[in-house]
Design a binder for this molecule. Structure first.
Ligand code: PLP
Length: 389
């Protein structure tokens, strides 16, 4: 008899279960649930993108691509970065097409971290970062950020956690779960910090296209002297409503891309050709569709922000992604209690802030990647919930 408790890899045993799953499991057994819990677009991928894939299949494009991905796609990506951020990457050896940003996060960690190396991860943040670091045997060092500073990480926050073992820093702005973005000066301060401590910076910019108002996204490697130490991760899931296609990419100096590709060639071989063809169409002709979706998210963002503030829950206005992070501490309930009771009593699903790190205590994450009707309905139910506490 094998005792599986003793035979599973210790790295896996040390990896925490995602705190989001439990609520979806409860919600899936209930009827009439309005979900503000899900972090994925409610749109279908724009038709021109779907059609390009169908056309590709008709023409017989069904084989592996090169490990790094279709050259045309890599070229389109580097062209887009030069156009939008004035940062130049070589499509031959500074880009890798991956199976979503998820694979890119994993590969980036595996390419640079040795067991016991430390990587600074500002929290609250996306749930996979610490897990991927733990899975390579490295130490994910949680860096708490402050709600009064809209959870923006500062060099002072980071400085407290630097040790001789710190090798890298992972940032993700626009942020999941808070919707925070960093202004140019704030990014520059992080860049100076990275330079001072000679850190590699992994920047997950998957929500880069989802920013609202005047402020356009700033790519971290476009900051002075940052390209040589940055690994930029991005993908198609959020901006083009392509979560199920599984397509992302990494932009980084050649030695990093070579290292990532060394792993990717054995584990994935390549991203699906169907998705790569679709991704190319997304960049070529999908931007106007993406902008329409962003305008719709913006409308919903204002509605949900107004809704939460008018019922007395403190929250700052999200500037990017499609999440809002209200402070529920005034209710006297913990994040988990709030999420669970709201789900059971009013059939509204949200995620407790603690799923994204300890400093999410007293907060919940609500996603506005759902219809205006759903948002209005959920807000009315949340108001009811608060009135009856
Ligand atoms: N990074 C962040 C910040 C995310 O929120 C998500 C998905 O929710 C991902 C990465 C994973 O994206 P992908 O679908 O490209 O794997």
């Amino acid at each position: 008899m094998i005792d599986w408790n003793k035979n599973l890899a210790t790295t896996v045993q040390h990896t925490k279960q995602s705190g989001i799953r439990r609520f979806f499991d409860i919600a899936s057994t209930m009827e009439d649930v309005i979900s503000l819990g899900i972090g994925e677009p409610d749109f279908v991928t724009p038709w021109t993108i779907r059609e390009s894939c169908i056309y590709g299949l008709e023409r017989g494009y069904t084989a592996y691509t090169s490990n790094k991905g279709l050259y045309e796609l890599r070229h389109a990506i580097t062209h887009m970065y030069e156009r939008d951020f004035q940062v130049k990457y070589n499509p031959n050896d500074e880009v890798l097409i991956t199976v979503g940003v998820s694979e890119a996060v994993d590969l980036a960690m595996r390419a640079i971290l040795n067991p016991n190396d430390e990587i600074l991860i500002p929290e609250p943040c996306y749930v996979s970062y610490a897990a991927c670091a733990t899975l390579v045997g490295a130490k994910a060092i949680a860096v708490p950020t402050k709600s009064e500073n809209e959870f923006k990480v500062t060099p002072e926050d980071l400085e407290k956690h630097i040790t001789p073992k710190t090798k890298a820093l992972l940032i993700g702005y626009p942020n999941n779960p808070t919707g925070t973005i960093l202004e140019y000066d704030e990014l520059l301060a992080i860049a100076n910090f990275a330079q001072k401590h000679n850190l590699i910076v992994i920047s997950d910019e998957i929500y880069g296209d989802l920013t609202y108002g005047e402020r356009k996204h700033i790519c971290f490697s476009a900051l002075p002297d940052m390209k040589e130490r940055s690994i930029i991760l991005n993908g198609f899931s959020k901006a083009y409503a392509m979560t199920g296609w599984r397509l992302g990419y990494a932009l980084a100096p050649k030695p990093v891309i070579d290292a990532m590709n060394k792993i990717h060639q054995y584990t994935m071989i390549c991203a699906p050709i169907t998705a790569q063809i679709a991704g190319l169409e997304a960049i070529r002709n999908g931007q106007k569709h993406m902008k329409k979706m962003v305008a719709e998210y913006d409308r919903r963002r204002r509605l949900i922000y107004e809704g939460f503030t008018s019922m007395g829950l403190k929250c700052f206005e999200p500037k990017g992604a499609f999440y809002i992070f209200p402070d529920i501490s005034s209710t006297g309930l913990s994040s988990e209690e709030f999420a669970e009771q709201l789900l059971l009593r009013q059939h509204v699903a949200v995620v407790p802030g603690t799923a994204f790190g300890e400093c999410g205590k007293g907060f919940i994450r609500a996603s506005y990647a759902t219809s205006v009707d759903n948002i209005s309905g959920a807000l009315a139910r949340i108001k009811n919930f608060l009135d009856n506490l």
